[in-house]
Design a protein around this ligand. Structure first.
Ligand code: UDP
Ligand code: LCN
Length: 724
């Protein structure tokens, strides 16, 4: 059930406790609570609570009665419980962003409400005086959202509220419009309209002008927009940021693709807005990243590199400097924090120099980029956006509670602190999905901003997810590379011989191992960095174990490379070894091809289409995927797609309509779902076409860079005008 406020569930119980009159029910509840206590564990997760409850109340009728009662409702929405005999405290999440905490006494069944702080203190059990952080408590001047369904739509909500406020002080609008200028030129209007009355008259005239246009005249035929942004800085620091030969290298994946495409779309949109205003300014976009002297065979050791496909945008690389001089080697994104403050200083000096002044907008990506963006924006006093994306808390389950255990490897103490700082200092926050803001509605919710880091500090609220600064703008895929396999005249046929070799040659070399005997079978295909989270080894094992699937299709995966001794990345090394052992254990050769990371995006586009030619499918099996660009790329090529139900793909794909969801924690069910699909395709060849077409439709409606750029520039304009 949709419950907007958890209070509705618990209000009947507070103070009164569980009524004596409930007889048998009361007894069952008591036994349940005692069982939780008896387990001797401090923290119980939802599945453990349910499992124990089912053991205690094995009579189905009685269990139904308990579940339909007040405690049952609480249990249904509980995410975890803390056991402190004789009490059990429940953390109840009715809807995304809506939490309530209650403590139930197992002896007398009295119920008491707890504040966030009280609950966290119970959970932590020690260090009563830990530093407490509560960003939710800030009273921002902007109106706040309250419904879970409005999360991520901050802009339209604030527009409607502030439209009302403007009526109270119309002169503020006049003053604002008069103040907009660039290099000494008025942008919107001059002093002839310097009072609210004069402006009102000219608006009436504009209204007359508009009312004479035919009703169906497209907005674009007469729109005029305010160009306000001319210079933008985008920070993407970790990994190998380059335009060629970098994808698939450690820490180097979708973020690079996202930013390069974003820059092209932003530049187009900025130029369009500036030109349609009759102005001639040239927007400049700088993507600022780390310069890596030992850059393998990439250009990541070059300071300035123009971005292909743009007129005025460049990559600027600044090295990490320590007291021992310039750091030459690549460092993992998890180990990057000590270098960032100095990097910010060096980058700021260089940026001011190149742009000959301050940028109008700075955008950060991922924790490191966001932190640097907030340090620079704070210093220069400019608008700051963060891309709240792929944050590690959502990727590594329970990583806030277990931060200490993970810290030597991942430094989550620094990472979560940096996220808290940059999110809360940003003027607006760009998310790709609803889940990135508020987590999932149910199940494993992966709430990104509610942190509990015992022993470090106590985060009562990481950020208010109802804050209108949160807005969703989902990325797309470059449509000059990722277009439907049916557009035969656009296909990159020059790649066909090399793709044929890549997929089907019988020999093994540095680029591929394993081979496919039956070329007539459809191919199921996956491509990702060889991280544990991406679960390519999981997919290989599901396939290996499912005879029906092995008979129906071949499996091809792209990722990593084959010699673990050549990798410096901890996770990649273990995945390479695991993949080799699976190939041996399940005798996969003949039905399975493992291709090393592929860096040529254009050829990759054609590769997706060649897989579609076999009437195969793309499978994205990640344990968790923040967004999932490969899913967008595959669907844009008309390839039927199965993707994880954990994270972005759960929103991109409508299950059973524009593709399929799979459950990464249930390989058997997932591989059966894929096998069922291909069996149906064998009976009805049109079945495949249906899902291919629906996938494309979904992309055109929601996931294009044009939609993205338009949304993003509107967000900035909105912030700059104080919501006018
Ligand atoms: N990619 C690639 N070659 C590879 C692996 C990945 O070109 O060997 C590309 C892929 O096409 C996509 C990006 O890298 O554009 C991966 O983005 P995604 O969002 O799927 O995952 P991320 O790596 O960002 O976690
Ligand atoms: C980072 C990720 O982990 C992916 O899920 C995204 O698709 C990618 O960035 C680009 O947005």
């Amino acid at each position: 059930p949709e419950i907007h406020n958890t209070m509705e569930m618990t209000s009947g119980l507070l103070g009164n406790g569980i009524p004596e009159a409930m007889g048998q029910n009361r007894g069952n509840i008591k036994r349940c609570l005692e069982k939780y206590i008896e387990k001797g564990r401090r923290l119980l997760k939802l599945n453990q609570l349910m499992d124990e409850m089912e053991i205690v109340i094995n009579d189905l009728v009685q269990r139904k009665q308990v579940m339909e009662g007040d405690l049952g409702k609480i249990l249904c929405f509980t995410q975890e419980a803390v056991v402190i005999p004789p009490n059990v405290a429940f953390a109840v999440r009715g809807n995304p962003g809506n939490w309530q905490y209650v403590k139930v006494n197992s002896s007398d069944l009295s119920v008491e409400a707890l504040s966030n702080t009280q609950y966290l203190k119970l959970k932590e059990a020690k260090d009563d005086n830990a530093l407490e952080v509560d960003f939710g408590a800030f009273d921002f001047t902007l109106p706040q959202l309250s419904l879970s369904s409005s999360v991520g739509n901050g802009l339209s909500f604030v527009s409607s509220k502030l439209g009302g406020r403007l009526n109270d002080n119309p002169q503020s609008l006049v003053d604002y419009l008069l103040s907009l200028e660039h290099q000494g030129e008025n942008l919107m209007m001059n002093e002839t309209l310097n009072t609210a009355r004069k402006l009102e008259m000219s608006l009436i005239l504009a209204d007359v002008f508009l009312s004479e246009l035919p009703k169906e005249t497209p907005f674009q035929a007469f729109e005029l927009r305010i160009p306000r942004i001319f210079n933008v800085v985008i920070f993407s620091i970790h990994g190998y940021f380059g335009q060629n030969d970098v994808l698939g290298l450690p820490d180097t994946g979708g973020q690079v693709v996202y930013i390069l495409d974003q820059v092209k779309a932003l530049e187009d949109e900025l130029l369009h807005r500036i030109n349609s205003q009759g102005l001639n300014f040239k927007p400049q976009i700088l993507v600022v990243t780390r310069l890596i002297p030992d850059a393998k065979d990439t250009k990541c050791n070059q300071e300035l590199e123009p971005i292909t496909g743009t007129k005025h945008s460049n990559i600027l690389r600044i090295p990490f400097v320590t007291e021992n001089g310039i750091l030459r080697r690549w460092v993992s994104r998890f180990d990057i924090y000590p270098y960032l403050e100095k990097f910010t200083k060096d980058a700021t000096t260089k940026i001011l120099d190149i742009l000959e002044g301050k940028p109008d907008l700075v955008i950060g990506n991922y924790t490191d980029g966001n932190l640097v963006a907030s340090l620079m924006a704070n210093k220069l006093g400019i608008t700051q956006a963060t891309i709240a994306h792929a944050l590690e808390k959502t990727k590594y389950e329970d990583s806030d509670n277990k931060w200490k255990e993970f810290d030597p490897k991942y430094h989550f103490s620094s990472q979560f602190t940096a996220d808290l700082i940059s999110m809360n200092s940003a003027d607006f926050i760009i998310a790709s999905t609803y889940q990135e803001i508020a987590g999932r509605k149910s199940g494993t919710i992966r709430e990104p901003h509610e942190l509990h880091t015992p022993g470090l500090y106590r985060v009562v609220s990481g950020i208010n997810v109802f804050d209108p600064r949160f807005n969703i703008a989902a990325p797309g895929a470059d449509d000059s590379i990722y277009f439907p396999f049916t557009s035969q005249d656009r296909r990159f046929t020059k790649f066909h011989p090399s793709i044929e070799e890549l997929l089907y040659s019988q020999n093994e070399n540095d680029e591929h191992i394993g081979y496919l005997v039956d070329k007539k079978k459809p191919i199921i295909f996956s491509m990702a960095r060889l991280d544990v989270v991406k679960n390519l080894t999981g997919l290989t094992e599901w396939y290996a174990k499912n005879k029906r699937l092995r008979d129906l299709v071949n499996l091809v995966i792209v990722g990593g490379f084959f010699d673990p001794s050549k990798s410096k990345d901890r996770e990649e090394i273990s995945e390479i070894k695991k993949m080799h052992s699976l190939i041996e254990k399940y005798q996969l050769k003949g039905q399975f091809r493992w291709i090393a990371a592929q860096t040529d995006r254009t050829r990759n586009g054609e590769l997706y289409r060649c897989i579609a030619d076999t009437r195969g499918a793309f499978v994205q099996p990640a344990h968790y995927e923040a967004f999932g660009l490969t899913v967008i790329e595959a669907m844009s090529c008309g390839l039927v797609t199965f993707a994880t139900n954990q994270g972005g793909p759960a929103e991109i794909i409508m299950d059973g309509v524009s593709g399929f969801h799979i459950d990464p924690s249930d390989g058997e069910e997932s591989s059966d779902k894929i096998a069922d699909f291909f069996e149906k395709c064998n009976i009805d060849p049109n079945y495949w076409n249906l899902f291919s077409a629906e996938g494309l439709q979904r992309i055109y409606e929601c996931y294009t860079w044009k939609i993205y750029a338009n949304k993003l520039i509107n967000m900035e304009a909105h912030i700059a005008t104080g919501g006018i």
